[in-house]
Design a protein around this ligand. Sequence first.
Ligand SMILES: Cc1cc2nc3c(=O)[nH]c(=O)nc-3n(C[C@H](O)[C@H](O)[C@H](O)COP(=O)(O)OP(=O)(O)OC[C@H]3O[C@@H](n4cnc5c(N)ncnc54)[C@H](O)[C@@H]3O)c2cc1C
Length: 377
Amino acid sequence: MIDFSLTEDQLALQKRVREFAQDVVAPAAAEHDRTGKFPYEIAKIAWKEGFLNSHVEKEFGGPERGSLSACIIAEEISAACSGIGIALDANALAQGPVIIGGNDDQKKRFLQPMTEKPMFASYAVTEPDAGSDVSRISTTATKIDDNTYAINGLKWWITGGGVASWYFVLAKTENGATGFIVDADSAGIVRGPKEENLGQHASNTVRVEFQDVKVPVENRLGEEGDGFKIAMKTFDYSRPLVAAAAVGVARACLSHARLYAKKRTCFNKRIISYQGVSFKLADMAINLDAARLLTWRAAWLYDNGLPSTKESAMAKAFAADTGMKTAVEAVQVLGGYGYSMDVPMEKLMRDAKIFQIYEGTSEIQRTIIVANLLRER
Ligand SMILES: Cc1cc2nc3c(=O)[nH]c(=O)nc-3n(C[C@H](O)[C@H](O)[C@H](O)COP(=O)(O)OP(=O)(O)OC[C@H]3O[C@@H](n4cnc5c(N)ncnc54)[C@H](O)[C@@H]3O)c2cc1C
């Protein structure tokens, strides 16, 4: 049996988030884009509404909603503003390694507080010399006594890094790459200024330097050498979320382009009556649905405990490329208005680009898909 319908709970959730996105997120989008201000107040409301911490298990105070429901939330919020959406969803990426590789004590100390009050956390893996190629990280965690590590290194492009209460940090130890949870108040942590990026201005991206930061051994995730696996496994659940956010952006682009094409007249006809325009809209709609279906399939596989690495990569690659392509085409449909900063299209186009870069570039997703294809019989 195959069933594409959402459950009643998921439909109710979708309706609630859509209202929140339209009433709270959309009206604030332009201001956050202009000022780059972090959306604290919006995050507080989202937290109160229960739209954050989706993956945290009930045992630790979370809603344990599952990946598909988290994708529904991500799409709705990002359709209103993906900068605000990613500012909120960075938590999910940081929580992933703790959910996947953490023990009960670590979950209690780091996940539970996030369900008790609005808090932020970041996933700190990328470095100046190690983006796609994570094996090149040079941050080290050196054991200085039986109970303590000292972390040294520079993490780069860390979403939410300036507001985080703790970081998931991947560092080199004697026995391979190892994941640590690092309290952001620890001595020796230096947070850089917010990066000035092309889009998603509401999201806070900074570099974070670790200067001899002491971390107790109780904050190590699993054993030494488990870090790479934990960091990569996290993407099986986080990539559908990023894909869903890109779907949200594509949906917003199609909506603007459709409305404009229906009312704009050129040469005595509405432009939607020209095949050169209407086929663009048809292609946007095809890609949007395909991207959402790939995303929901990846999330469904994850929720059902089935292998989903290839499918998550497919969803992320296709949705990110769809987000970008749809934004570019939608700008074209709006003509000069599409290029104007008075109309949200240019923001959508700037915001869309990052989906092809973070959480693995579109090229890296393809290398993951090919690696899986080669393994298949
Ligand atoms: C706004 C923003 C937020 C981010 N947030 C986070 C975060 O929260 N945490 C975090 O750890 N990181 C974060 N990142 C880092 C992000 O994941 C990396 O930028 C991304 O993985 C690419 O790495 P890179 O920038 O070093 O590019 P590189 O790895 O140097 O890649 C450069 C180019 O080469 C291509 N390339 C590389 N290898 C291959 C290959 N084998 N085959 C084909 N093409 C290849 C890439 O696709 C890309 O086009 C963020 C980045 C940005 C811009």
